[in-house]
Design a protein around this ligand. Structure first.
Ligand code: HEC
Length: 184
């Protein structure tokens, strides 16, 4: 009887250990949202929720946090204040007039202005390693771009000028969609 109990307790412990291992030990891999297909509910959207959406995109879908730690890419907590300086820099090749336009331009055409010291190696800060966030790699749609801008404006303590899009406004497909690449 004692042996039977010992075996039972042992089995229970083993089962428990495996259960625990399979639930917590192995990282759960969840498939990434296909670009442009994430459904965003704009009907009760508040600016607070829109900024939180931007923060989530920054950490997850956009993988922005991977680079923007301050070493590989600048931290973005002062970018709004820096934008005014950047737009007056002789090296600036863009057309933005406002912080919001500057942020959009920085993320869609990153090489128009490269933050000094952060260019691709050997390009003398003329080419940015930053991906076009509507391109196939990141795949943000228009709503997601706006949410990212709102998040960065909030993060950098700047005035939030982004307008939350109206419900029903169809998200534009990313410009460089994956399908486009195959047809060429
Ligand atoms: C592969 C690394 C990498 C990833 C991923 C990345 N960035 Fe960047 N980003 C950079 C680098 C390097 C710069 C600085 C060079 C430049 O000015 O383009 C930059 C610049 C920027 C700037 C302009 C900063 C300034 O002061 O002008 C913004 C805004 C920005 N990134 C936002 C984002 C967002 C949002 C994402 C995610 C969707 C993202 N980045 C993903 C590397 C990256």
């Amino acid at each position: 009887m004692i042996n039977f109990l010992k075996v039972s307790v042992f089995s229970l412990l083993m089962v428990g250990a495996f259960w625990g291992f399979s639930n917590f030990g192995i990282p759960q891999i969840k498939p990434a949202d296909p670009p442009g297909e994430a459904k965003i509910d704009l009907s009760n959207m508040t600016m607070e929720k829109f900024i939180a959406l931007g923060a989530d995109l920054f950490e997850n879908k956009g993988d922005c946090a991977l680079c923007h730690t301050g070493r590989r890419a600048p931290k973005l907590n002062k970018v709004a204040a820096n934008a005014d300086k950047a737009m007056k820099d002789p090296a600036y090749k863009g057309t933005a007039k406002t912080v919001e336009e500057y942020l959009r331009e920085s993320m869609l055409k990153p090489s128009l202005y490269v933050v000094p010291g952060f260019g691709k190696k050997g390009t003398n800060d003329t080419e940015s390693p930053m991906p076009d966030i509507m391109g196939a790699k990141v795949g943000f749609n228009e709503i997601e771009v706006l949410a990212a801008i709102a998040y960065i404006q909030d993060l950098s303590g700047s005035e939030i000028t982004v307008q939350i899009p109206k419900p029903g406004a169809a998200p534009k497909a990313p410009e460089a969609s994956k399908a486009g690449d195959c047809k060429k």
